[in-house]
Design a protein around this ligand. Structure first.
Ligand code: CP
Length: 334
């Protein structure tokens, strides 16, 4: 495996095989598998799980890692092509990233959406320009529209807990003080469709996922035997749900317009997951969220601290799933 940028770059069978490797490494650890191998991690945006789980996973396989957060102890890196660099950034990613890649065997990059131009973010213009200058194996640590490591961990979490392949999976918009990127919801709807689930995207008006995102998920569902639909009707979506995956994201009708988005979301305070959300759901319905989460804004304490919540299991699986990616990418004979 040379790149891990999008689950859609792999067949369903390839993802299933990667998850089998993750389970094998859990039960049969290989503490020397990546001895002498180095992973570079570049974070243009904050992280808790991605940063710590990659470093821990690499160490558990016998490798090592370094972390660069541009502008925090290192030179600030310019990402815009054609920029006249007379501002804060001392170095361009076109020099900085190949230099970092030359020090390691694989590089991971986190670069969130610019959040101004939806078409540009959908095209992954910024991440694509960075990927272009790197000749080493590359991992997407969250880009404008994707978070494949989160999706792999979420898929594994549902397998671990024996959530049926064709279970009803509701990806629900939830409240947040400001607009957040579309990366996790876009990756999640695709992942669940690729797994073969009955996927419902529940979102208020103004927060529909872009048509290209829905079309990609529907294409995956057509192959896996799943389905994908969207609604703004909570009771319809939640009836019989076996998984509620809560996620915050910004308005797509007011993309890049913080004021317009704020006016819309001001009326949506009740989009916070409470125990009542589970009343029409399946009795065993689980609550998923990628974290970080704002308690009592997106999800209430009662749900997060209750037996339905599997958010910590998801976060733990960031490490186990990524270890499989690293192993396949960097072990001898890979
Ligand atoms: N879910 C996730 O990617 O967490 P971090 O932002 O903390 O890495």
């Amino acid at each position: 495996m040379h790149r891990f940028l999008d689950l859609a770059d792999f067949s369903r069978d390839e993802i299933v095989s990667l998850l089998e490797l993750a389970r094998r490494l859990e039960t049969h650890p290989e503490p020397r598998a990546l001895a002498g191998r180095i992973l570079g991690l570049v974070f243009f945006n904050p992280s808790l799980r991605t940063l710590a789980s990659f470093q821990a996973g690499m160490a558990r396989l016998g490798g090592s890692s370094f972390v660069v957060t541009p502008g925090q102890g290192t030179w600030q890196l310019e990402t815009q092509l054609g920029a006249i660099m007379n501002g804060a950034a001392a170095e361009h990613v076109r020099e900085g990233l190949p230099v970092l890649a030359s020090y390691c065997d694989a590089l991971g990059i986190r670069a969130f959406a610019e959040g101004k131009d939806l078409a540009r973010d959908l095209a992954e213009s910024q991440f694509g320009a960075m990927a272009e200058v790197i000749d080493k194996p590359l991992i997407n640590l969250e880009s404008a529209m994707n978070h494949p490591c989160q999706s792999l961990a979420d898929w594994k979490t549902m397998d671990d807990l024996e959530v049926p392949r064709h279970a009803k999976f509701v990806l629900s918009w939830v409240q947040h003080p400001r607009a957040l990127p579309l990366a996790v919801p876009s990756a999640t709807v695709h992942m669940a469709a690729m797994r073969g689930m009955e996927v419902v995207v529940l979102r208020p008006d103004g927060y529909a996922l872009p048509p290209a995102v829905m079309a990609k998920a529907r294409a995956a569902a057509a192959v896996s035997g799943g389905s994908v639909r969207e609604t703004s009707e909570r009771s319809d979506a939640l009836a019989g749900a076996q998984v509620i995956y809560a996620k915050e994201w910004g308005s797509t009708t007011h993309y890049g317009d913080a004021e317009g988005d704020a006016m819309l979301r001001a009326r949506l305070a009740d989009w916070c997951v409470t125990p009542q959300w589970f009343e029409p759901a399946d009795p065993d319905c689980r609550l998923m969220h990628c974290l970080p989460v704002r308690r009592n804004v997106a999800i209430t304490d009662a749900v997060l601290d209750g037996p339905r919540s599997i958010v910590r299991h998801e976060a733990y699986n960031r490490m186990t799933a990524q270890m499989a990616v690293l192993h396949r990418m960097l072990s001898q004979g890979a």
